[in-house]
Design a protein around this ligand. Structure first.
Ligand code: XIL
Length: 380
């Protein structure tokens, strides 16, 4: 399968002319800001002024031709909306496009929340990653789906019907507007390369559920890049191998799969740049795109260090460097904007370490050292 590289993809997305103009404007405004800073520092030593002069994360991302995204929701404050709009090139709805968020009952779809986020992102010129169609865990699956299956005379047929309907409605609604879809989320067991036995889709339909979901999603929007998104592969070689073997079987069957998302929840162990780069390269070697889709790196991992924030900054730079080294690694999304709102502070395996402070902005929305280190990595 032919996939455009990160570089050709950017010029396709933005058009060479537009990209050049953006770059020139960014350069101009940066130089202007530096001039302003020189003037200001002549009369004041307030170091906050330096914030005005830095290259924004989004500018750096555009220069590196990498998408840098944030998981986001509509209930965020005005200050957070401004930051999400100005610092990131891509938006992932954190919860708004999950099945239970869209459909409270069979057939009762309400897209208002998801629509608002799509409008928000598009009006800011941002790319959108759709998340996620089929996820059996947490808030991924409505309870009414399970009820329906219990009552159905042929549960497999009923599930297939519900999945086809869901895909057509959701992917169809946003066709041409959502660049990438996490069609399948976390198909495998948490700690092995095999399917999760509690994955209801797998239980009723077998591996073929991925074929069906990907084919239906492709039919609903042939322009969307379709992903399998998986967790905890970054430090489990066996699970990563299982994921690639699954992807290869799909490709061998001619199924439209375009990319693999590695979630990048590094709360058990800090990222290892070499391992991550090798994994991303192995995905690329199969002709598939990759993205780090849900990055967060908790500060308590570095509590032994004299400067934990510096350890976190280095870990963030390692993840960016790994992705930047692989041409088909097209983006990195942080799972949340700032440390006041992170799922890790309530998730059972990480809540004990709260506050996890795993993101690029602190609770007061100040950029952390990790922010500077990723901008630096992008500009290298
Ligand atoms: C999380 C959200 O961040 C929480 O707000 C929600 O309560 C549960 O889901 N893997 C995924 C994401 O693919 O959808 C999850 O998001 C985090 C783990």
């Amino acid at each position: 399968m032919e996939v455009a590289t990160r570089h050709t993809r950017w010029s396709l997305l933005s058009g060479g002319y537009v990209a050049d103009m953006k770059r020139i404007l960014a350069d101009l405004s940066r130089n202007g800001a530096i001039l302003l800073l020189l003037l200001l520092t002549a009369c004041s030593d307030d170091s906050d002024q330096q914030l005005d002069a830095r290259t924004s994360l989004a500018d750096a991302a555009r220069q590196a031709e990498l998408q840098v995204g944030v998981a986001f929701g509509n209930n965020a404050s005005a200050g957070r909306r401004t930051l999400a709009a100005s610092e990131f090139t891509s938006i992932t709805p954190e919860n708004a496009m999950k099945w239970p968020s869209l459909a409270a009952a069979p057939g009762a779809y309400d897209f208002s929340d998801a629509d608002q986020l799509v409008d928000f992102a598009l009006s800011n010129g941002q790319r959108i990653r759709g998340h996620t169609l089929f996820w059996h865990r947490s808030n991924g699956l409505p309870s009414w789906v399970r009820d329906e299956l219990e009552e159905a005379s042929d549960p497999a047929a009923r599930l297939r019907e519900l999945m086809v309907d869901h895909t057509a409605r959701v992917v169809g609604r946003y066709a041409g507007r959502i660049a990438q879809w996490d069609v399948i989320n976390e198909p495998l067991a948490l700690v092995s390369g095999a399917f999760d036995p509690e994955n209801i889709f797998y239980e009723l339909l077998g591996e073929e559920y991925l074929d069906m979901a990907l084919l239906e999603a492709h039919a609903a929007d042939p322009s969307a890049e379709l992903f399998i998104n998986e967790t905890f592969t970054e430090f489990q070689a066996e699970k990563f191998d299982g994921l690639l073997a699954l992807a290869q079987r799909l490709l061998d069957r001619g199924i439209p799969l375009h990319g693999i998302g590695l979630q990048g929840h590094f709360f058990l162990r800090a990222p290892d740049e070499t391992i991550l780069r090798d994994q991303l390269q192995r995905i690329a070697d199969m002709g598939l795109l990759s993205e780090i889709t849900e990055l967060d790196i908790p500060l308590p991992l570095f509590s032994e260090r004299a400067e934990p924030l510096e350890g976190q900054a280095q870990a963030y730079a390692d993840v960016f460097d790994a992705c930047l080294a692989v041409d088909l690694c097209t983006g990195i999304t942080t799972w949340g904007l700032d440390d006041a709102n992170t799922w890790l502070d309530s998730f059972v395996l990480s809540a004990g370490n709260a506050p996890n402070r795993p993101l690029l902005f602190d609770q007061e929305l100040n950029a952390k050292p990790a922010y500077d280190s990723v901008v630096e990595a992008l500009l290298r």
